[in-house]
Write a protein that binds this ligand. Structure first.
Ligand code: BYC
Length: 315
């Protein structure tokens, strides 16, 4: 088959909803786009452990601490499934991790904001995991098989994360005046960065058109963002709190909520490495990697010893 026929049969497969698997022929650009997105996604899960990890030692009760530890461990697991999915596209985990640590690879802008109070754990769970899950439910149907399968498992855990975040805020919202103020303050600080998680506006999104044709993405950045606003604008009523947007208003004609303009300058600044915590996050990841070198060396030495022992037994 010539390249034209290969590309045609590849697109046919996508159109017929047949998953693309690692050993199948794929256009180089499809491989690269998936690798870019899956590795960015994996890095987001790993860096995303840091803002929450910050509160493990200060959680207000044993129960809250246990829940938070479990959640942060889940994020580590998500990162590992995703690195494995990305490796099937022909890159090594070491290379991906080096790209993250050198600042070459991107990860979600949201994790470059600080977690200042306990209420931030609720806001991160409700808003950040809430935004992530909308995007990830769509990705369960993405065209690349290993990515789609990783997402099914991740979504199950993510929906628990969102509910625990909402419940954390619900308790605070029914508490003292100080607790209510802390809850509102966390919502105010996390609202706009959560909207930015969906990426630039469709008109500025460089990858969307092609990713939609290849069914890597099934909904555009703006479609998912609107779905998120519509969901949260209703849920916030149960908390008896407000969203920090004077332009948020139900539009009867569109059957959607209208909302204010996102500060895109802030978004791009954070993406380019100049957000409030970018440097801190990369420094923390690099430090953890350096300090874990002896664990990796010990694990490799142990694996080698076992393999050598097996060889001797067989002989
Ligand atoms: N932050 O063409 P576009 C979690 C970049 S973690 C930074 O629209 P695309 C959790 C984009 O990469 C879940 N960069 O891109 C963990 C592109 O740059 P390059 C995180 C962003 O890929 C711990 C450029 O802007 N979820 O749940 O079609 C604790 C143009 O954008 C961002 C995922 O990673 C951003 N927000 O669409 C708690 C989902 N947005 O690469 C929770 C997987 C855009 O061309 N990713 N950029 O240089 C995706 O679905 C898509 O990659 C996006 C962007 C929708 C994010």
């Amino acid at each position: 088959m010539n390249i034209h026929d290969l590309e045609k049969s590849f697109q046919d497969k996508i159109d017929r909803e047949i998953k693309i698997e690692p050993k199948d022929w794929m256009p180089e650009a499809y491989r690269k786009t998936n690798l870019r997105q899956i590795s960015q996604h994996a890095h987001s899960e790993i860096v995303g452990m840091l803002p929450e990890g910050n509160w493990i030692s200060r959680a207000p009760s044993l129960k809250r601490k246990a829940i938070l530890i479990a959640k942060v461990q889940d994020e580590a697991g998500h990162g590992l499934y995703l690195y494995s999915a990305a490796e099937t596209l022909g890159t090594s985990r070491d290379q991906m991790i080096e790209d993250l640590h050198s600042g070459k690879a991107k990860y979600s802008s949201i994790f470059n904001y600080p977690t200042l109070t306990w209420a931030d754990m609720g806001a991160v769970g409700w808003l950040v995991d809430g935004a992530a899950i909308l995007n990830q439910v769509m990705l369960c149907r993405t065209s690349y098989g290993p990515y789609a399968r990783a997402m099914v498992r991740i979504c199950k855990e993510e929906s628990f994360h969102q509910r625990q975040g909402f419940e954390t805020l619900l308790v605070l919202s029914k508490g003292t005046a100080e607790q209510r103020a802390m809850c509102q303050d966390a919502i105010n600080r996390w609202w706009w960065p959560s909207l930015m998680m969906f990426g630039p506006k469709d008109s500025e999104s460089t990858n969307s058109d092609q990713s939609m044709k290849w069914k890597i993405k099934r909904k555009t950045n703006d479609e998912l963002r609107q779905q998120f606003v519509d969901m949260i604008a209703e849920q916030i009523k149960l908390l008896d709190m407000t969203l920090p947007d004077p332009d948020l208003k139900w539009n009867e004609e569109r059957k959607h909520y209208d909302f204010g303009e996102i500060n895109w300058e802030e978004f791009w600044n954070v993406v380019k490495g100049n957000g409030p915590c970018n440097k801190q996050r990369l420094a923390a990841r690099n430090k953890a990697h350096d300090e874990g070198a002896w664990v990796r060396a010990a694990a490799l030495a142990y694996a080698q010893k076992r393999a050598d022992r097996k060889k001797v037994k067989v002989a």
